[in-house]
Design a protein around this ligand. Sequence first.
Ligand code: ZN
Length: 155
Amino acid sequence: MNASKDKVVTIAYKLTVDGETVDQGELSYLHGHQQIIPGLEKEIEGKGPGDSFTATIAPEEAYGDYDPEGVQTVPRSAFPEDAKVEPGEQFYAQDNQGNPLPLTVTKVEGDDVTVDFNHPLAGKTLHFDVEIKDVRDATPEELAHGHVHGPGGHH
Ligand code: ZN
């Protein structure tokens, strides 16, 4: 069986950015439901268990271009009092609809905290080493929920 819409695909992957391994592991996802970056999903489409490949994926097919307007300065009081507000720490703000917006603290100067709403991999070209481990049909329940259920059943 090959990867196509509504299949549950399990991959082993290694993600390299600028020559450094930033992530690796195994992942099961529902193909065709925008659960992984579009460039990687396209590469996996049509491949089956045992296939392996490397892919170089441009920012526009991954986490998007880096947006300079995503960098803002906010007061320290915008954070919870007991939070560790230091460069590299990640927090969640909310947009107008209440959706979580991840941000990263990049600089702290007195009461001024510089935050970056860009994804840490925005503007980066991603290199993937991928092996397809398994492809199976999604269950009706998984399709209804829009995500993969583990071997133990629901969630
Ligand atoms: Zn579910």
